[in-house]
Design a protein around this ligand. Structure first.
Ligand code: MRU
Length: 341
């Protein structure tokens, strides 16, 4: 099969490689991924991350295991283990279900072709969302974004960052406010890196500065990604997204969520049914890096560290999906509950 090359994931000469996102932006280190425990650990540590990308990476791993002759029962067990590695993002579950149904219907030999299809499809989905979203961006806009939703989080140009990428390429003279995104600083480390690579003018801010910028009229549009969109339009994304949406409504700033159909969960009626992953205390008590660990709180400080929050549909100005830009009225008519899978 041909090599599959994305910014942070490669299947090259029969080897699955993951760009260690912990090391960015300072070091570009590729990790070999051959085992289910290895992939689960990388997902949990956010070395591979982004709702679409973890689904694609897990699919390629399963396909590679099938190619290595691993028995059908073990492949199904592996899919179940991978499926549970990240409870909030539905893309991973959708991909695992898709790979298992190919295994059952067409056999292990068909799995690599399916994983390749999932990879290529994501590139096309990103392209469509990005172009649809770019049409909504006015020249000279100041766009605020949260977390990282670009080529590090997908196989293609990304979701919210895909829109930024296209608007910039269309010469719209945009500027981006990059939320640093607590607790793991995916904005500060990864989105800043992507803006720099794309040549998009950007300014890094702390998450708690966004409301002030909106009050000063310095934000025209907010674009975020999603880890799961429920049938009623509520959606889960990196923690802090909900505060942005509340502030956007108060300050009358348009707030869009950008995601492919693989992030929609028609079986999930509303946001209260989305499981929220909780992470460990040290991510909030301090910081870790190549310099070692720094703890700034008392070592026994009690910590609550949900990785995601849920934004209610009523705060969303529009859902930019690969099939079009949906309004609240479209969603009330069931646009998401009958979504294709
Ligand atoms: O926990 P992360 O870094 O994977 O969080 C990512 C997000 O919040 C993204 O918005 C989401 O996964 C969509 S990425 C296209």
């Amino acid at each position: 099969m041909k090599d599959l090359i994305a910014t942070s994931l490669k299947y090259q000469s029969g080897q699955l490689l993951v760009l260690d996102q912990h090391q960015l932006p300072h070091n570009e280190i590729w990790l070999d991924c051959q085992s289910v425990p290895g992939m689960v650990s990388m997902i949990r540590k956010l070395q591979i991350r982004g709702a679409p990308l973890i689904g694609i990476g897990a699919s390629l791993l399963l396909a590679d295991m099938a190619k290595r002759g691993i028995a059908e029962a073990a492949l199904i067990e592996a899919a179940n283990t991978l499926r549970a590695a990240r409870p909030t993002a539905v893309n991973l579950m959708n991909c695992m279900d898709r790979m298992v149904s190919v295994l059952r219907d067409r056999g292990p030999a068909a799995m690599m072709q399916e994983a390749e299809l999932i990879f290529e499809e994501d590139i096309a989905l990103c392209e469509r969302m990005s172009l649809l979203g770019a049409d909504l961006i006015r020249p000279g806009s100041n766009i605020l974004t949260h977390c990282n939703t670009g080529s590090l989080a997908t196989a293609g140009v990304g979701t919210a960052i895909g829109v930024i990428n296209k608007a910039h390429a269309q010469g719209k003279d945009i500027h981006v406010w990059v939320d640093e995104t607590r607790p793991l600083l995916q904005g500060g480390r990864l989105t800043s890196w992507e803006m720099k690579q794309l040549g998009v003018p950007y300014t890094l801010i702390c998450d708690n500065m966004a409301a002030m910028l909106m009050a000063q009229g310095k934000v025209d549009t907010i674009l975020v990604g999603a880890d799961r969109i429920a049938a009623n339009g509520d959606f889960a994304n990196k923690v802090g997204t909900y505060s942005l949406a509340v502030n956007a409504r108060y300050h009358k700033v348009p707030f869009y969520v950008v995601a492919p159909y693989t992030t929609v969960d028609p079986a999930c009626p509303d946001g209260s049914a989305i499981p929220i992953e909780e992470r460990k205390a040290p991510e909030v008590q301090g910081v870790s890096g190549s310099f070692g660990d720094v703890i700034w709180s008392p070592e026994d400080a009690a910590v609550y560290n949900p990785a995601f929050d849920v934004t209610p549909a009523e705060l969303v100005s529009g859902w930019i999906l690969d099939t079009g830009v949906f309004s609240q009225a479209d969603i009330d008519e069931g646009a998401l509950s009958s979504f294709r899978l």
